[in-house]
Write a protein that binds this ligand. Sequence first.
Ligand code: TYD
Length: 213
Amino acid sequence: MQGQSGYSGIFITIEGTDGSGKSTVASLLKKYYTKHFPDVLLTREPGGIVISEKIREIILNPDYKQMDAKTEALLYAAARRQHLMEKIIPALQKGKLVICDRFIDSSLSYQGIGRGLGIEAIWQINTFAIETCMPACTLLLEVDYKIALQRIMSNPMREVNRLDMEAEQFHKKVSEGYRILKERFPKRIQAVDATQPIEQVVSACVQIIDSYI
Ligand code: TYD
């Protein structure tokens, strides 16, 4: 089945608050689909390619506390554009299954609601950046933001970035942002209970992705 992106590949994104387990789930999905699909690309935002990784270093650097919220939003959109043009679209044109850890919904939740810039403003700059290349499906890993924050804090391996350092209130708003998006895009955004054991989270994701293949 052709994804909403208009290319022959299938474009899936994974979203959730920090600590929702996205990155672990994404890598397990990559492992699973490598055996069940001819060609799979796992990538992540912000980053995925040299220019976007450079932008990532600027955005997430804990030293840049003075960064303005609109600057932050524009940098995420710029990184997204370059990543899309250089990596995601070429892979979709080749018919690959593309799984991307975070995409436009992160900006809508974090910058739109978390930073209070508004969903509409963030939607506008992001549709300028991505044009019509929207994911066919977005898996939203849902976990209470307090539990997610506890998971982050209890992981000694995790590097603390500028957004992790935000107050609990910010993370609460981001989580509320995802709830709003789920209601706004009920067909595209599919919620998965991320408090379940990891195997169950992955199998729920596989069931959803399989319906797009
Ligand atoms: P990262 O270490 O990749 O976190 P995670 O593993 O949770 O994805 O850091 C990415 C941070 O950037 C994370 O706090 C979410 C934030 N972010 C935004 O605020 N807006 C965006 O558009 C994107 C893609 C990420």
